[in-house]
Design a protein around this ligand. Structure first.
Ligand code: BES
Ligand code: ZN
Length: 681
């Protein structure tokens, strides 16, 4: 941990290009078509590596003045100044980087095991003697390198000390001629990224199911890899699964189950390990538009197709905003309800919870969000998890721009105000001046998951909204479009982003710099003093009705509620008094049917009141919700509310005992903590 390292060289080169220090990029800029070819990208990478290697040699050997001396020093200093620390990876990409993965694995449901071979192409600096991978709880069976045409030579490898969060470094000894290595491995049943579902946990109840969740640092629990967001690789995969199941990855995907149970995948754009993803189950596909479609279990498929009908329009809207989509297709897989997140932006194939299938398309901002990550996150990636807001804050901002294009301003004002409420709740939970309320985080020595709060999402979004307001939408849109194309397939640090704003927008205008207040937004806790919270007329009308109800008007007599959408209902429920009487709860439930709502967001928000007010008519539905749904965002507030009283905690523990085996490790970790359990998986 804590090794200092250079930024991946791709970014080094981009930064050099930006400062017009090297000319190969003039050539690159003028070859738009070639630029997108993977081959060309590989060549570029090679040129880059040689450039850097040559450069290091030039600088170390010669101290006598040369005509280029100043430029050299400047450049060297520039490279050195960009040393960054990824506190969550053992890898040393500046010594040896795995640039391409060929994965060949078998998925064994009976033994809950993935086993096979990860072959990596290695690019190394001259003199590098090892390449380091991240692993956590996987068996490394052997490491070899291709020998002559038929043989393989074993390579020495070493496993480092085990850290409970980071796992173990796997160091493989290299010799100058080694360019490719094979790692034979198998996972263990408790692999944290993997959730192996029994047939009863699926919609169809007939077949088992497997999905991965690699973000933030769980890829290393199912695959030896250089597991930091600043290291990218392309991949091909062959995946063997039981014959009646379909395998899908964050790559080019099949649309039908085949007789052999062998599936091949290609991801030709370089991605970081946290975007490695696999899902296996009884899955079917239906197209939505030419580039978009849905995968789901057969009984869920049509619901998904209905719900996500606007996906193609979202894709078009996103491209209109910030430039071409780089990943060819955009599909969504609807997973079983134990998926611990709402969505995960695995490239080409977003993983989504079925809890957004509300039947009325009201929760699809989540799809806009995951789609937006195709730019913010997947294309321009946070350099380390300390820069997480660059992924999520940008994505929330972008998500809302897509939603605004499709559904208008008043809709998005509701989303923003709900987001602001989430942020307020988080700020009061962790303390308004806590370090974790800064956008730039310091997660060294901690599980990165700990810092992944609404601060990154909502404060990050409001920072960008503030720039937009200050410089004007037109200018900001042009800026963002250029940002995504300049840094495509690269990484970004918070500091580089601030520099980039300075260079492209501030341009020495001190008054503008002061109004943007980036230093305050990024490095100070909480929200800046002059922050103006979002407003929504629609929510103001909801507030008026709630006030009337609190004043004694019966729920059924409230006006305008027939026109309310999910978001108005959410606002209404959130703002209800913390303490309500049994008749009051019953009045609301009888009029609006919250307990039995088919909308998971409404149910989850309502259940908090059910718990706090001991509304026993809601208990059965609460329990079945907690048994069925594994989405952490819902579980966390509900178990926390249960844990507020001794009796509640007892009920919570009783439910959790039954529910825990159905949850993914990500949710288990959080709920164990809430209920003060120290259990192992
Ligand atoms: N990338 C995140 C999910 C994530 C974050 C996984 C950190 C692991 C670590 C994803 O894009 C996301 O933000 N999902 C949200 C939904 C979104 C609409 C705010 C979620 O799952 O709730
Ligand atoms: Zn996100």
């Amino acid at each position: 941990m804590g090794t200092r390292r250079l930024l991946p060289w791709t970014l080094v080169l981009r930064r050099l290009r930006d400062r017009r220090k090297i000319s190969i990029f003039t050539f690159r800029n003028s070859t738009n078509d070639m630029r997108s070819s993977p081959h060309f990208r590989r060549c570029l990478r090679l040129i880059g590596l040689w450039f850097l290697a040559g450069f290091a040699v030039a600088c170390s050997k010669d101290s006598s003045p040369t005509p280029n001396r100043n430029r050299m020093n400047d450049t060297q200093e520039f490279i050195t100044s960009m040393k960054i620390v990824d506190p969550h990876s053992f890898a040393r990409p500046y010594e040896a980087l795995a640039t391409h993965l060929d994965l060949d694995i078998t998925v064994d449901f009976a033994n809950k095991r993935i086993s096979g071979r990860a072959s990596y192409d290695v690019r190394k600096e001259e003199g590098a003697t090892q390449i380091i991978f991240d692993t956590r709880g996987i068996n490394i069976l052997g490491v070899t390198t291709p020998g002559d045409s038929t043989s393989e030579d074993s390579l020495l490898f070493l496993m480092g000390d085990a850290d409970p969060v980071l796992g173990q470094a796997l160091s493989v000894q290299l010799t100058p001629e080694i360019e490719r290595i094979h790692i034979d491995f198998s996972t263990r049943p408790g692999a944290a990224a993997l959730q192996w579902l029994d047939p009863v946990q699926t919609a169809g109840k007939q077949h088992p199911f497997l999905f991965t969740q690699s973000q933030a640092i769980l890829a290393r629990t199912w695959l030896p890899c250089q597991d930091g967001p600043g290291m990218r690789f392309t991949y091909n995969a062959t995946v063997r699964v039981p014959k009646d199941l379909l395998a899908l990855m964050s790559a080019s995907n099949p649309t039908e189950i085949n007789a052999e149970g062998i599936y091949k995948f290609e991801m030709n754009q370089p991605i970081p390990a946290y975007l490695m993803a696999l899902s296996v189950g009884d899955l079917r596909f239906k197209a939505i538009g030419p580039r978009t479609g849905v995968y789901a279990e057969p009984s869920v498929l049509d619901k998904g197709v209905y719900e996500f009908a606007d996906m193609e329009k979202m894709l078009v809207a996103a491209e209109e905003l910030y430039g071409p989509y780089s990943w060819e297709r955009y599909d969504v897989i609807v997973l079983p309800p134990s998926f611990p997140f709402g969505g995960m932006e695995n490239p080409r194939l977003t993983f989504a919870t079925p809890t957004i299938l509300a039947g009325d398309r009201s929760l699809t901002s989540l799809i806009a969000h995951e789609l937006a990550h195709s730019w913010s996150g997947n294309l321009v990636t946070n350099a380390t998890w300390n820069d997480f807001w660059l992924n999520e804050g940008f994505t929330v901002y972008f998500e809302r721009r897509i939603m605004e294009k499709l559904y208008g301003e008043s809709y998005v004002r509701m989303l923003s105000l709900l987001g602001y409420q989430d942020l307020q709740a988080t700020l009061s939970e962790i303390g308004p001046s806590a370090d974790d309320t800064k956008l730039k985080l310091n997660l060294k020595g901690r599980d990165p998951d700990d810092g992944m709060t609404d601060v990154a999402y909502e404060k990050g979004n409001f920072l960008l909204a503030n720039i937009e307001k200050t410089v004007g939408r037109e200018r900001f849109d042009a800026f963002l479009k250029q940002y995504f194309s300049t840094y495509a397939f690269g990484t970004m640090t918070t500091e580089s982003f601030v520099d980039y704003v300075d260079q492209e927008l501030v341009k020495g205008d001190e008054e503008l710099r002061a109004r943007l207040n980036l230093q305050g937004w990024v490095y100070a806790p909480g929200l800046p003093a002059d922050f103006v919270p979002p407003e929504s007329d629609r929510f103001s009308r909801v507030d008026a009705q709630r006030t009337a109800w609190e004043g004694g008007t019966a729920a059924a007599e409230l006006s305008g509620t027939a026109e309310w959408t999910t978001h108005e209902w959410l606002h209404f429920i959130r703002k209800l008094p913390r303490e309500m009487s049994a008749p009051q709860m019953a009045d609301l439930d009888a009029a609006f049917g919250f307990t039995q709502s088919g909308n998971s967001e409404i149910q989850a928000a309502w259940f908090e009141h059910v718990i706090r007010n001991g509304y026993s008519s809601g208990y059965a539905a609460l329990e079945s919700f907690l048994l069925r749904v594994g989405r952490r965002k819902f579980l966390k507030p509900l178990y926390s509310a249960l844990a507020e009283t001794p009796a509640g905690k007892e009920r919570g523990l009783a439910i959790y005992q039954k529910a825990r085996p159905n949850y993914h490790s990500v949710s288990v970790g959080t709920i164990d903590e809430i209920l003060n359990l120290k259990m192992s998986n």
